[in-house]
Design a protein around this ligand. Structure first.
Ligand code: DAH
Length: 344
């Protein structure tokens, strides 16, 4: 066979080649493209071709080699495609993996439950700013100028760029009572959850940031009996406890004022521990809104009366979820946050 015939033969041979396994594909490569393969031999032969034929044959030979290489790539590709098709590792019926959506913060759980409970008896949610002026946080709530709660000890004062320094980080959500009463007409039935701030040393039991929920009900003829019934209803819904007691107390913005204790019971060691052996747990402050507070918010104390209450959320969250250190509530470690679920 002369060189031209050899090339024609090669065209026919390549056309016939097929491979359906990895082994056949490899054999093809060795036979044609390997170091002792057909092309290697032909390129050797090519050296003997007369110089006027070299140009045409050289071109043909190179084209054939490209054809063989392309064929080899094709064989490999179809091999890969068929192995993926036969191995069912893509199961289209499998449910998709869920997004990691995080978890509800224990304080948010408690807050939501309380909002739900009061929602059921006609209270809506009100809000106010965390940076508050002295009037809403103290003066309008009947705190006399020399009251110790205004002291540097308790209050974070905020410097105002215009020089006045009567802004504070609100020390309680009672400021929202004032905001609501100056903006709405009675009947008013609101609860106001929010963050509050006090200049206190941070420890396992207390923090300089915490949360409160404030309640306010103003209408004609609201009495202390309404307050007590509302609190009894709340204690039953939220703590699952049906007995409460009101102990006389003092707050500048309510008269009379009381502390609310829930009868927790003394059934187990935990009950003893959280009630310090008394069976009673103090849960919030409350009272009838002082007529002076109504008056400073432009509500006629001759016509209207009302009650208010305020409760901290951290203590309830710590009891409910057995959180041993209040600081954990503010650290936002996901391992901590993922553990909690609402009881409602
Ligand atoms: N503002 C009070 C505090 O932070 C809690 C409080 C007590 C709120 C009695 C009230 C109330 O609305 O009537 O300690």
């Amino acid at each position: 066979m002369n060189f031209s015939e050899k090339l024609q033969q090669l065209v026919a041979d390549l056309d016939q080649e097929k491979a359906s396994t990895a082994e056949e594909t490899e054999q093809f490569r060795i036979k044609y493209l390997g170091s002792k393969g057909v092309f290697k031999a032909l390129f050797e032969d090519f050296k003997t071709v007369s110089s006027d034929e070299k140009r045409a044959f050289g071109k043909q030979l190179n084209q054939l080699k490209s054809t063989a290489e392309a064929k080899f790539e094709e064989m490999k590709a179809s091999l890969n495609a068929s192995t993926t098709a036969t191995k069912p590792h893509l199961d289209l019926t499998r449910p998709g993996s869920l997004f990691d959506i995080g978890a509800e913060h224990p304080i948010s759980i408690i807050k939501r439950e309380i909002i739900d409970i009061f929602h059921g008896i006609g209270f809506s949610v009100a809000e106010g700013p965390e940076i508050e002026d002295d009037w809403h946080n103290f003066s309008a709530l009947n705190f006399p100028p020399e009251h110790p709660a205004r002291d540097m000890q308790d209050t974070f004062f905020v410097k105002n760029p215009n020089g006045s320094d009567d802004f504070v980080l609100r020390t309680h959500t009672s400021s929202v009572q004032v905001r609501t009463m100056t903006e709405q007409k009675p009947p008013i039935r609101i609860i106001a959850p929010g963050r509050v701030f006090r200049n206190e040393a941070v420890s396992a039991r207390s923090h300089c940031i915490f949360h409160q929920i404030e309640g306010l009900y103003i209408d004609e003829g609201v009495t202390f009996a309404d307050l007590k019934q509302t609190l009894e209803y709340f204690a039953k819904e939220f703590f699952g406890k049906s007995k409460i007691r009101l102990r006389p107390s003092y707050f500048p913005f309510t008269e009379p004022s009381a502390e609310v204790d829930v009868y927790w019971g003394l059934e187990n060691e935990l009950d003893h521990r959280i009630t310090k052996g008394t069976g009673w747990l103090e849960v919030m402050g409350c009272g009838m809104v002082d007529p002076a507070v109504l008056a400073s918010s432009n509500i006629d104390p001759e016509k209207y009366s009302g009650f208010a209450f305020g409760m901290g959320l951290e203590r309830s969250a710590m009891q409910r979820f057995q959180i041993p250190d209040i600081r954990m509530i503010f650290e936002n470690d996901v391992r901590f946050l993922k553990q909690f679920q609402s009881a409602l």
